[in-house]
Design a protein. Structure first.
Length: 365
């Protein structure tokens, strides 16, 4: 393999594939990036066996070939030097990188040892705007479980039907759901995607209306945008039928300023740390009162004006879970629907009708 490439192009490609490289593995090749020069282009590929990232980099190909090179070593060199162009040549497993002022020889591993990235057979394909997906993923991912005791809860549920895409995640204590429109019309399909890999996808998606092509397979899903292709394995299993817990009607409906509500929750949270962030919300005619107490620290009570419909009641929630939702809800106000002291509550945005967040109550003793 023999190529010439600008530093800026190498840097961009390496910054993308570095998100998937495995650093803790018994297989050294998983710490490497695959460089493949063919058909007049340079492809960089990385994988941790669960997900794979490929990016096409603009380069002058003088001789086709492929090699894997330790990503950290290669990336550290590219980022450190100031020379604008680099020549990359291979001799066996040795990778010689030259620039105007530097010459380094990096020990690589033969490309034949790099895992084969399987292609999706008979995929269901649809497209949607990159910006819409990029904005939606953070609103869902945070609600997924952090541990993998129940693997399906560590993933994001994706349901495609017609031109509608539903994203949902739950850790069994709270649930976030977002509905989106796509540029397709396909039969109903459902998959569960690891939340960790979707977090990486969100970071590389462009903030534009550029189309993202999504291919859904039986065991994998692929996202392609511009010069980047991202693939991940799917989680096997059945996602909870969460529609059963979605509140259908409310005893109290509260509309409240998001910032004022968030500030009151943060103050209450100071005194709720010893009680699993237990914060009581008492509903009155024109306001809500937030209460928290600690045997060691003291107690707090805050009154926040609100527009209230329905009966007054008191419900306890994990305040941190409400703050997580508020941080992901757009608009100046949030709507809180309550169905009873032992029933789930629902948070929505007045300006965003396709986002719902459900939170389970705590025992109010």
């Amino acid at each position: 393999m023999k190529i010439r490439c600008k530093k800026s192009n190498l840097q961009r490609g390496l910054s993308v594939v570095s998100r998937i490289v495995s650093t803790r593995t018994t297989l050294p090749v998983l710490g490497n990036v695959l460089l493949r020069a063919q058909d007049g282009r340079l492809d960089m590929t990385s994988t941790d066996l669960e997900a794979a990232m490929n990016v096409e980099v603009s380069a002058k190909i003088e001789q086709d070939g492929s090699i894997t090179v330790p990503l950290k070593t290669f990336m550290d060199f590219v980022l450190t030097v100031s020379d604008e162009e680099m020549a990359i040549d291979t001799s066996g497993a040795d990778v010689l990188v030259k620039s105007s002022h530097y010459s380094v020889n990096i020990k690589g591993i033969d490309a034949s040892e790099f895992p084969i990235i399987p292609k999706i057979e008979n995929p269901k394909i649809f497209k949607m705007k990159s910006l819409a997906l990029k904005k939606s993923l953070p609103k869902i991912i945070f609600a997924a479980a952090l541990d993998e005791t129940r693997p399906v809860l560590a993933g994001v549920y994706m349901k495609m039907s017609g031109n509608k895409l539903v994203l949902a995640a739950t850790d069994s204590y709270r649930l976030a759901e977002q509905k989106l429109e796509t540029q397709a019309n396909i039969p109903e399909s459902t998959v569960i995607v690891p939340s960790r890999t979707l977090a990486e996808l969100e970071r590389i998606l462009p903030e534009s209306d550029e189309a993202v092509e999504i291919k859904m397979g039986e065991n994998q899903i692929e996202f392609a945008t511009g010069s980047i292709l991202f693939m991940t394995r799917l989680i096997e299993g059945a996602f909870p039928d969460y529609e059963q817990i979605m509140p259908k009607k409310f005893e109290s409906e509260i509309e409240i300023n998001k910032n004022e509500f968030g500030e009151a929750l943060k103050v209450a949270g100071i005194f709720a740390r010893e009680s699993s962030n237990n914060i009581k919300i008492a509903v009155a005619a024109d306001a809500i009162t937030l209460k928290a107490a600690s045997a060691n620290l003291g107690q707090t009570e805050a009154r926040v004006k609100a527009q209230v419909k329905g009966a007054g009641l008191e419900v306890a929630f994990n305040g941190k879970y409400i703050l997580d939702a508020i941080a992901n809800i757009s608009g100046e106000t949030v709507a809180l629907g309550l169905s009873g002291k032992l029933s789930p509550g629902m948070l929505t945005s007045g300006s965003e009708k396709d986002y719902r967040y459900v939170i389970m109550p705590l025992r109010n003793e």
